[in-house]
Design a protein around this ligand. Structure first.
Ligand code: ARE
Ligand code: CA
Length: 428
């Protein structure tokens, strides 16, 4: 057990921006440098609750707190700013029954003291925090534990929030774990932003573990009982379910690189929703509370970078070629539709994104060796899964597309990455 678990960040005691990752000034500087390169920053904002019952002390930014007296002078919040026995129906003040929407919204999630977001004062303090982040240059928010807040309270807070510095409303996506069967549904939150789609990673884990045929992905999206494309943020795994927290289920993670890369590539190739890729660290799997790589004084170790590989225990999935090249694939494909859908056996598929990009997947024990319609203009292209286009030639496999858009496609079967992807920016 580490002294400082990763999840201490989900136990705020003030809205000061001082953590083991740095100071407010350092955060501001990072956001500025990212924005200058076209990289937007979205903050994981925790405002359903403060820290846990029965705790007293000082936060990472030095603010004093005393939860038994609901005393958070760093904001300040006091006793009347929290839900209590008048609003929460359970005896111990905690959430037990996920079939009861009042309990889910007004009681304590895991014993974390629950803010009374119906109060204008509390809404204003939260809005001040979000507006401050916007002043620092962020483009939007992940709303933590949105399921535990009334949609009207989220709406009232967002009404107090200003436009972002790049123009327009902040991009908002809400963490509402809805895989069915509970009193609170994701669809209740669609007027305040997108929702995190927890069904997505569970479905793709089954497919890429060969428990559900690849060919069924032909209509992956709303037809699978998920929300519409404009309402979701999709992901293969997140910081909770990759380590058995939250709605864990059986998702793919960086610990299973082969199916993980395949599923992530499919996510990036497929035009449904906004997608998010993960970047993790190599924690001890026996201890799902273990914080990021740290020194003996608990300070966080830097991410060292050697070529495209990270060191010091950071796994940096976003630097894996099969993943970062598929981000380029998605950008190149733009809003082109899926065309040239092809299926071989149940576990062999290929498709194009108009005349912009083409991808093939093979989960069979035999290779794909086939002339297929790619839809791309005639030319030579580098497979971006097995290599890159470097100084005019491919470091991995190459594909020759003829004047009709067809090409001989070979996708290995007994190999680490049984997929092939080409797009218009990898032609030569
Ligand atoms: C920690 C300890 C607890 C302890 C608590 C207070 O683990 O044992 O009681 O501290 O002392 C994260 C960690 C938690 C951690 C918490 C505070 O995951 O383990 O608690 O930080 O430090 C529900 C919520 C969902 C939430 C998940 C984890 O609906 O919003 O639980 N996810 C977000 C974040 C988490 C974070 C929090 C919220 C809290 O992504 O990282 O918690 O800010 C069903 C339901 C789900 C439910 C799930 C688990 O699937 O459908 O709604 O998710 O069960 O209960
Ligand atoms: Ca609540």
């Amino acid at each position: 057990m580490t002294n400082r678990p990763w999840y201490e960040r989900y136990q705020p005691v003030s809205y000061k921006l001082i953590t083991r990752s740095g100071t407010e000034q350092q955060f501001k500087d990072m956001v500025k440098r990212c924005n200058a390169k076209g990289v937007r920053i979205y903050v994981d904002a925790v405002f359903n609750h403060m820290t846990r019952m029965g705790s007293i002390g000082k936060g990472s930014g030095g603010s004093y707190f005393d939860t038994d007296n609901f005393y958070f002078p760093g904001v300040p919040f006091g006793a009347t700013d929290f839900n209590d026995e008048s609003s929460c129906p359970t005896l111990d003040g905690r959430i037990h029954d996920y079939q009861n929407a009042v309990e889910i919204r007004n009681c304590q999630l895991e014993g974390l003291v629950d803010l009374k977001l119906g109060k204008d004062y509390v809404r204003s303090k939260v809005a001040d925090y979000l507006n401050h982040l916007i002043d620092l240059g962020v483009a939007g928010f992940r709303v933590d534990a949105a399921k535990h807040m009334w949609p009207r309270d989220i709406a009232a807070i967002l009404e107090k929030v200003k436009n972002v510095s790049m123009g327009g409303r902040p991009f908002v996506y809400q963490e509402v774990i809805d895989t069915g069967g509970e009193a609170v549904q994701g669809s209740e939150y669609l007027s305040t932003g997108r929702i995190a789609n927890f069904k997505y990673g569970l479905e793709l884990a089954q497919v890429f573990r060969r428990q559900n045929a690849l060919k069924w992905l032909k209509n992956f999206g709303a037809d699978w009982g998920m929300w519409s494309s404009g309402d979701v943020v999709n992901f293969i795994d997140n910081h909770d379910n990759q380590r058995g927290h939250g709605c864990a289920g059986s998702v793919l993670t960086h610990w299973e690189p082969k199916p993980y890369k395949l599923a992530t590539a499919f996510m990036l190739a497929w035009p449904y929703g906004i997608v998010r890729i993960m970047s993790s660290y190599e924690y001890n799997r026996e201890d799902n509370s273990e914080g990021p790589p740290h020194n003996s004084d608990e300070s966080i170790k830097s991410v060292t970078i050697n070529g495209m590989v990270c060191g010091n225990g950071w796994s940096c999935e976003h630097r894996w070629r099969q993943i970062y090249n598929m981000v380029a694939f998605r950008n190149m494909a733009g809003d082109a539709e899926v065309t040239n859908w092809w299926k071989g056996t149940d576990y062999q598929i290929a498709f194009s994104r108009g005349d912009k990009a083409f991808i093939a997947f093979n989960l069979e024990i035999v290779d794909i060796n086939q002339s297929l319609m790619t839809g791309l203009p005639a030319g030579q292209y580098c497979d971006v899964i097995s290599g890159n286009l470097e100084s005019g030639s491919c470091t991995g496999a190459s594909v020759t597309v003829d004047g009709s858009g067809r090409a001989n496609i070979h996708v290995c079967s007994h190999c680490e990455d049984p997929m092939l992807a080409i797009h218009i920016a990898c032609g030569y």
